[in-house]
Design a protein. Structure first.
Length: 219
């Protein structure tokens, strides 16, 4: 399973990259705004800065909601770097845009997916990635991981090449759940990735090993 980090924060992206387990980055307009990035030029420069840090795919979301403008915006984003994946919302014009980008060989990430039907449509249009938001489904007492299971089944039934990018991941349990189901990718915050490191028996075991070593060495 690929690990993407879901942030526009350069320090966190560097930290995840340095850990050696990062396969890509996802951003969205809210995450860009959180970092205080606004204005076309600043946004473009920020995407370039992210691409300079990571080796894998970097999702950059279009702001337009009509077909023609999505195409113009997406083509400009795709020209920035080979790593750029054009992130397109799950709306009617978005599906048409994904089909267009797919024919042109431009990578896409269909975002804001909350149902298996939407995921089926995204795959039919040729999306490279589909992003079901599991955390936001859990927030409204719906089974986010259950949606990942449904999409996995449907994509496997027809061998769709679209990769399931489990998004809105909030914690390490979400990551493990996605791994068990067989999501191709998960995107989440750095805290969810580093939480995978933690186990109290690891901490106490290491403390004992180090204490025993020190005792044997007469320290
Ligand atoms: C997906 O790519 C989105 O950026 C993201 O995962 C949304 O997560 P949130 O629900 O934590 O905002």
């Amino acid at each position: 399973m690929k690990f993407f980090i879901d942030t526009a924060n350069l320090e966190q992206i560097k930290e995840a990259q340095d850990l050696g387990v990062l396969d890509g980055v996802t951003t969205n307009p809210s995450l860009m705004a959180k970092e205080g990035i606004s204005g076309d030029e600043n946004v473009i420069n920020h995407y370039k800065a992210i691409c300079a840090i990571v080796d894998g795919d970097v999702s950059a979301e279009v702001i337009s909601t009509n077909y023609e403008e999505m195409i113009t915006e997406g083509e400009a984003l795709a020209k920035l770097d080979d790593k750029i994946v054009v992130k397109v919302p799950m709306i009617k014009d978005g599906i048409k845009a994904i089909k267009y980008f797919s024919k042109k060989g431009i990578k896409t990430n269909c975002t804001l997916v909350f149902s298996a039907g939407q995921a089926l449509l995204a795959a039919k249009a040729g999306a490279t990635y589909v992003s079901p938001f599991i955390g936001r489904l859990d927030d409204i007492s719906t089974d986010g991981l259950g949606l990942i299971e449904e999409i996995r089944l449907i994509y496997d039934n027809y061998s769709f090449p679209t990769q399931i990018l489990a998004a809105s991941v909030r914690n390490s349990a979400h990551i493990l759940g996605c791994a068990k189901i067989g999501a191709d990718v998960m995107t989440g915050p750095l805290s969810a990735i580093t939480a995978l490191l933690k186990h109290p028996l690891t901490d106490s075991g290491l403390a004992t090993f180090l204490a025993d070593h020190a005792k044997a060495a007469g320290k």
